[in-house]
Ligand binder design. Structure first.
Ligand code: S3P
Length: 178
């Protein structure tokens, strides 16, 4: 793909929607660096996300997220894989909207459950690993994801490779996003 990314692309969506894998494919296709927000935050804190939540509380994690987003927004264009809760703070959405393009991965609660059921790395889902909880949380968060997104792609029944290709095509079709 011969094009130069002018500003960050923010990949948002519910936990387990495949943001990390899709952003890996996309960063290769578009030849831009990838930033995995959760990884950077865990590195900064010197401990995994579950431990940040347990020892410091969710609010500390959310503040770290906002601080990192500000830095990313002011930095070089990159493919940014955001944590699933990034849209919870209107301030974060403002930063992303002002500095880049927001891409959303959508999925049904059933798809999400199948993808996250064996993971213990998500404090929000630990002890709540069932379709009903996921569906309820998704209903609460969905308006924020949809209001933030410039482009939305469903991942149901697709491989991450296909999803990445779809997104790259959508981006290429619209020069305004780049
Ligand atoms: C969260 C999602 C996680 C991580 C943290 C909180 C959320 O990221 O940031 O556990 O509130 O949805 P992933 O979406 O990459 O799992």
């Amino acid at each position: 793909m011969s094009m130069t990314l002018q500003k960050p692309l923010y990949l948002i969506g519910f936990m387990g929607s495949g943001k990390s894998t899709v952003s890996r494919h996309m960063s290769r296709a578009l030849d831009v660096p990838k930033i995995e927000m959760d990884e950077v935050l865990a590195e900064r804190a010197g401990k995994p996300i579950t431990q940040i939540f347990a020892e410091d509380g969710e609010e500390v994690f959310r503040q770290m997220e906002t601080t990192l987003l500000r830095e990313i927004g002011a930095g070089e264009p990159a493919l940014v894989s955001c944590g699933g809760g990034v849209v919870l703070r209107p301030e974060n959405v403002e930063i992303m909207k002002a500095t880049g393009t927001i891409l959303m991965l959508s999925a049904t609660p059933q798809t999400i459950f199948q993808r996250v059921r064996h993971s213990t790395k998500r404090p929000i889902l630990n002890g709540n690993m069932n379709v009903e909880f996921i569906a309820e949380l998704m209903t609460k968060r969905d308006p924020a994801y949809r209001a933030a997104a410039d482009v939305t792609v469903s991942i149901d029944g697709k491989t991450s490779d296909i999803v990445a290709k779809e997104l790259v095509e959508r981006i290429c079709q619209n020069g305004g996003f780049l």
